[in-house]
Every structure is written in C-alpha cells, then in structure tokens.
Design a binder for this molecule. Structure first.
Ligand SMILES: NC(=O)C1=CN([C@@H]2O[C@H](COP(=O)(O)OP(=O)(O)OC[C@H]3O[C@@H](n4cnc5c(N)ncnc54)[C@H](OP(=O)(O)O)[C@@H]3O)[C@@H](O)[C@H]2O)C=CC1
Ligand SMILES: O=C1O[C@H](COP(=O)(O)O)[C@@H](O)[C@H](O)[C@H]1O
Length: 516
C-alpha cells in the first residue's frame, strides 16, 4: 500500500488490536439498531448520518441490518426518512451512485411511535424487531440488538426498564443486547451514581456503552500510539521536561437554540468534565499493560484518582454578553459559557505540572487542541528563551495536525535563531483521505463489542469526584462568571491565570496550516 494512502478496511478484515478475544462475542447475524429519540437533533445530525456512512462503506450489510427509529412523535416511516435524508450527505449531491446508496439505506429504516415509559410502545417495538429477525431467518442466538439513546437523560431509567422487560434479545445462546448512552451522565457525583445504579441494576457493564464522542476523534485516537509507539516521547513525557499542558476547546458560536439545556449544565459539565478530561487521561496516563479495553481504562481511572481538588483561585469563569437574551435562559443566570482552570495531578510523573483546561463558547475562533509546553533549555547559549519554548501541539480540529515548535538557525549569513516547526498536517500528508466522523467509529465499536473508547462506570465516578465540589460552589453562586464580549478570547483574567500557571507565550509566532 502506498504510504500516503489510507483505506477503511472492509468488514471481512474488521478486528482491531484491542479486541478482547472473548469467545462468545457475536459479530455476525441479524443486527437491529434502534435509535431512541429518533425525532431529535442528535439523531438527525449525528446518529443516522454515522449509520449511513457505515452502511455506504460496507460495515452494515443490507441483508443483516435493520434500523428502527423510536420516539413519541406521531410520524410515519417516510416522515422520518425525509427528515434525515438531507443530513446523510454533505451539501447537495447529484451523484447517482450516492443517491442510490441513500435510498437503499433509507429503506432499511422503520419508525415506531410510543412513549418512553409505557409497555405498549416497547411491546410494539419488540414485535417489529422480532419480525425483522424472523424475516432474516436469524438462527437462534444470532440476533443482535443495539439500542442508541439519543434522548434526554431524564428518561434513561424508564427506557432501560422498558427494554429490559420487553425488548431484550430472545436467545440465551449468543447474540447480544447493548445500550449506548449519551452524555450528560448526571449533573454531579450523586446524580451520576444514582443513574449508574439504576442502569446497572438492569444491564451489566459490558452491555453499557457510555459514549463520549471526543474519544472517536482521529487525533484523540492517535494519542496512545504517539505516546507509546515513539521513542522520542518516552523519556520527555514527564515533570522533568514538561512545564505545562493546555487542553483547549473553543467555539466561535454561542448556545444557539440550546440555551435551555445549556443553562442547566454550563460549560464545565458540557465540555470539560467529559471531553477535555478524557483527553487529559490519554495525555497523562501511564502505559497500559496492553491495548485491552480494561487495561486502558484501569490506567485512566488511576490518573483521575490522582487529580487534586481544584482551587477557586485557579479557576476563571465567564459568560458571554447576550447569552441571557435567549428566552429559555433565566435573567440572572450565573451559568458559565467559558471556563479556565488548573488541574494538578499528584503522582511521580506529573507533580508540579499544571494541566490547564480551557473551554468556551462564542469566542474568536473554533478549535480544539492539546499544547504541551516544554521547560526552558538550561544553560542556553543562544538566548533562545527570547524565541520561545519548545511546544508540541496536537490540533484535534479543525485542520487536524501535530506540530512541534522549535528553535532553528535563521536561514542566511547571520548566526541568529528563529522559531519554526516540524509540521504533520493531515490534509497535506494524507491527501484524498477522508477522516471518519467520531460517531461513525464509535458506533462501529459498539457493534464489534470494543469498549476501549467508552467510559467505564468507575471512570465516570472519578471524573465527577473532581468537579462536583467546584460545580456546587458555582451553582450556589459562590464563584461568579465574568462577562466577556462574544468574538473575544474570553475574560482577560483567564490569560492572567495561564501566565501565573507558567505558560509562556511566543509573541509574533503563529502556526498557519499549510495549504496544498
Ligand atoms: N444535539 C447534540 O448535538 C448533542 C446531544 N447530546 C446528547 O444526546 C441526547 C439527545 O440530544 P438531542 O437530540 O439534542 O435532544 P432533543 O432535545 O432533540 O431530544 C431528542 C428526542 O427526545 C424526545 N424528548 C425531548 N425532550 C423530552 C422530554 N423532556 N421527555 C421525553 N422525551 C423528550 C423528543 O422526541 P419525541 O418528543 O418525539 O419523543 C426529541 O425529539 C441528550 O442526552 C444530549 O445531551 C450529546 C452531544 C451533542
Ligand atoms: O458535546 C458537545 O460537543 C459539541 C462540540 O463537538 P465538536 O465535535 O463539534 O467539537 C458542543 O458544541 C456541544 O455544546 C456539546 O454538548
């Protein structure tokens, strides 16, 4: 294979290094995917398009799979198909092959209407699924049922009960029933633990896939490879060499119609407690014994349990001006739409290294990145300090890339130094390659039974333990959100905190993603 090309493997070779090797995992046979909350935003924007892309690439076979949408709305099969059609391919397409794929995919979808807490709807759903299984001549033990919760978490407990009572896979001989649950998993430690217990009474941990879509992003998936397959990084990745780490999420738009949901949660629950913390785990964890999901998740839990309580003086909160204009947001809301905070990991590798988490909406740009800043060179004869420190930056989005900022001799006759970079920009290096959507990969993992990129119950608990005290102080109004202008960098105090934590900015240096 050409080193510059990169293919998605067809399902015959589908199996990855992290596969657990369990004997009884059923990977073929009749597959029913049930999207609960099919009438909603996530379902149309993410879940159905991800299923379509898997179908178009041959990972879902039309002779095996059937997709069911379930929600309360009284709509027909065709209504649902028409709602999602426009989201399956980007932009308008007149490509006959693509249109044919879309129409084949839509034919696999059936809609069932019912409530989330009544037997009737779920009995009807079970009947439809069973009919599909019979029509596919599914042998005993080969029917697989995947329930995707594209629903508000408030209905998770009742939906779990309904599935458990009425919709489980009928055979004891193999096959399986799995559930995929979306964040937010609770609002604090107590509510998350309650939700986990409610679900845990009905389903075993291997049946529960707590999805965090950041774990499906290409460069997040690359983190373990980078750290543990490259000799470069092994000796450098510690407190002796690294001064500080920033994990950053910025969006250049506000809450846009989701103000009601957002105001209950805020940026810490929406982004930092889950997406950014998962990234921190992969940056900071020790090397797992193997790539088996449990080995990886064991190491993630250890890092989370080593995080010290967050200090109020190492937190800056912000709320963009105009946020409260949304009629669904209370007039006196203190909910942060921006937060910067320092997390400190109390272990041998990271003692003294600040992990600066930053997330904000309605800022000047949209990007997510990890920025590892190295310490100054000791006994520097070039006075490079003026040029700036070495940094290793992993750009998660947009323009996926990793680049290393370093000091080099300025080309020319003079002996002077300049800040430059070693740049691996994906668009340039892997031309013509489509990077799969996070949801696409993660749904594929749920079908394969690979939980490596999903959050385990003890991991979730440890994550909430870190943030719950601070969140309660914010909810009680003890920590205030500072106003900031939409389209800005956020409150100026956040930059001051960054500097106090030890980050040294290289003035005059901007990385520009290369163009072809
Ligand atoms: N939208 C997004 O971009 C993201 C969403 N998520 C999470 O995914 C899940 C679904 O999100 P999203 O699709 O935006 O949510 P929606 O608000 O669109 O809800 C999905 C469906 O659930 C039903 N529903 C809505 N509110 C209630 C309620 N109070 N009680 C019972 N049923 C209700 C509605 O269907 P009907 O009335 O027809 O039954 C609705 O179509 C949530 O947990 C969300 O936090 C996570 C990441 C991103
Ligand atoms: O989970 C969420 O993520 C999106 C950002 O996702 P991305 O893949 O586009 O970075 C965020 O807009 C939303 O508020 C949050 O709920």
């Amino acid at each position: 294979m050409d080193s510059g090309s990169w293919h998605i493997e067809k399902r015959s070779t589908l199996r990855n290094d992290s596969f657990t090797g369990e004997e009884n995992v059923q990977e073929t046979g009749c597959l029913s995917i049930i999207v609960l909350g099919a009438s909603g935003d996530l379902a149309k924007k993410k879940t159905f398009p991800a299923l379509f892309h898997l179908f178009a690439q041959g990972f879902l076979q039309s002779d095996e799979v059937h997709i069911f949408g379930y929600a309360r709305s009284k709509i027909s099969d065709d209504d649902l198909r028409n709602r999602i059609r426009g989201y399956l391919v980007q932009g308008k397409t007149s490509d006959a092959v693509q249109l044919e794929e879309v129409s084949k995919f839509l034919k696999l979808i059936k809609y069932v209407s019912g409530s989330y807490d009544s037997a009737e709807g779920f009995q009807k759903l079970d009947k439809e699924i069973s009919e599909h299984e019979v029509s596919r001549n599914s042998a005993e033990g080969t029917s697989r049922r995947l329930f995707y919760f594209a629903l508000p978490p408030s209905v998770y407990p009742s939906v779990c009960k309904m599935i458990k009572h009425y919709c489980m896979n009928k055979s004891d001989l193999g096959g399986w029933t799995r559930i995929v649950v979306e964040k937010p998993f609770g609002k604090d430690l107590a509510s998350a633990e309650k939700l986990s217990s409610q679900i845990g009474e009905l389903f075993d941990e291997p049946q529960i896939y707590r999805i965090d879509h950041y774990l499906g992003k290409e460069l997040v998936q690359n983190l373990l490879v980078l750290r543990f397959a490259n000799r470069f990084f092994l000796p450098l990745w510690n407190r002796d060499n690294i001064d500080n780490v920033q994990i950053v999420f910025r969006e250049d738009f506000g809450t846009e119609g989701r103000g009601g949901y957002f105001d209950e949660y805020g940026i810490i629950r929406d982004i930092i407690q889950n997406h950014l913390l998962q990234v921190l785990c992969l940056v900071a964890m020790e090397k797992p014994i193997s790539l088996k999901p449990e080995h990886i998740r064991d190491e993630k839990v250890k890092v989370l349990q080593s995080v010290l309580p967050i200090k109020d003086e190492e937190v800056v909160l912000g709320q963009y001006e105009g946020y409260r204009d949304d009629p669904t947001v209370p007039d006196h809301s203190n909910t942060p739409t921006f937060a910067t905070m320092v997390l400190r990991i109390h272990n041998e590798r990271w003692e003294g290294v600040p992990f600066i988490m930053k997330a904000g909406k309605a800022l000047s740009s949209r990007k997510a990145e990890i920025r590892v800043q190295f310490k100054d060179v000791p006994g520097d004869i070039f006075r490079c300090k003026k040029q700036g420190r070495n940094e290793f930056v992993i750009r998660l989005q947009p323009s996926e890339a990793m680049y290393m900022k370093l000091t080099v001799k300025k080309p020319g006759l003079e002996m002077s130094t300049v800040q430059s970079e070693l740049d691996l920009s994906y668009r340039q290096r892997y031309q013509g390659v489509t990077i799969p959507e996070a949801y696409e990969r993660l749904i594929l993992d749920t079908i394969r039974g690979d939980q490596q990129h999903f959050v385990r119950r003890d991991e979730l608990k440890a994550a909430w333990e870190i943030f719950t005290p601070l969140l309660h102080r914010i909810d009680n109004g003890e920590v205030k959100s500072l106003p900031y202008k939409p389209g800005s960098r956020g409150p100026a105090k956040a930059d001051e905190l960054l500097e106090k934590a030890g980050y040294v900015q290289t003035h005059g240096y901007i990385w520009i993603p290369p163009t072809l």
